[in-house]
Design a protein around this ligand. Structure first.
Ligand code: ZN
Length: 280
């Protein structure tokens, strides 16, 4: 199943262009707010399996983020070996670096993003995990059981803020307005032939800058959910930006950064593509 956040209402997609309004089709039992749906995820899945209703045409410009107001929105650093190498950091062994992608930075799949003026603005395509069942101290290997679905995200990063000062400011450097886009819809794990091995890539003005597979993650989806749950209580509607493959801009020689007017397209196999246009 694919669900979308359309004009702040939850929609089940019948195809990429048409959807059913969940609150209307369920006579108000579920939604319209997408976080209310995550809070009732198991019941929603049972209802959705049989759901029917009048479908309407989707205007992609009205699609919003899948988690507009998560209790927690997390970013994972250094989760692909080639990105660890290009970044010059050490390889994480027990836990990857974890930082907040603060809620005010979350944006939809096709929004224009204002670049930090004079900033070192960079891209990071990422698989975004959305939690569907509360997770605390869960057993190894059970992480997927707590995932509602996955979507495409960008961990847009202003490297000067991120890396300046006596200790890195990953949370702030990656949380400017619009710097956490996600979408275009949530895909439930059962939709994938192999949910642990999805092609992930992004292009800047049509030129491919990143290209990897989620099977290259050092900590895969179940491991991330399980390890985070040993400390946090993950709640329905929480978002985890699960790390980026190699090919970011700031490690290139010379440094290659996003310029005003450029278009960034990020794609994950079996989900879709999000697109950001940047302004100064
Ligand atoms: Zn990242």
């Amino acid at each position: 199943m694919r669900i979308a956040n359309y004009e702040s209402r939850t929609v089940i997609l019948v195809d990429e262009k048409h959807g059913i309004d969940v609150a209307e089709a369920s006579n108000g039992r579920f939604g319209p707010d997408i976080h209310a749906v995550y809070d009732d995820w198991d019941e929603f899945l049972v209802w959705a399996a049989e759901a029917s209703g009048d479908s309407f045409e989707i205007d992609e410009g009205k699609l919003g983020p899948l988690t507009p107001r998560p209790l927690q929105s997390l970013g994972i650093g250094l989760n692909y070996d080639e990105h660890v190498t290009e970044s010059g950091f050490g390889r994480p062994e027990k836990l990857p670096p974890v930082f907040p992608k603060f809620q005010s930075s979350i944006s939809g799949p096709y929004e224009t993003v204002k670049l930090v003026e004079g900033g070192r603005n960079d891209w990071e395509v990422e698989l975004v995990i959305v939690i569907g069942r509360s997770a605390h101290h869960i057993a190894q290997g059970t992480g997927w059981d707590h995932v509602a679905g996955v979507t495409v995200g960008q961990d847009l990063s202003e490297r000067a803020t991120q890396l300046d000062g006596p200790a890195p400011q990953f949370g702030l450097g990656k949380s400017f307005p619009g710097y956490s886009p996600q979408g275009p819809w949530l895909v439930t794990p059962d939709e994938f032939i192999n949910r642990d091995d999805l092609a992930i890539s992004c292009t800047l003005d049509g030129e491919e800058v990143q290209n990897g597979r989620t099977s290259q993650m050092i900590f895969d989806v179940p491991a991330l959910v399980e390890k985070l749950s040993q400390i946090l209580t993950l709640e329905p509607g929480d978002a985890i930006y699960s790390g980026t493959p190699s090919g970011v801009g700031f490690t290139r020689e010379p440094e290659w950064l996003i310029q005003p007017g450029q278009t960034l397209e990020s794609t994950i196999e079996g989900i879709g593509t999000i697109r950001q246009v940047f302004t100064s």
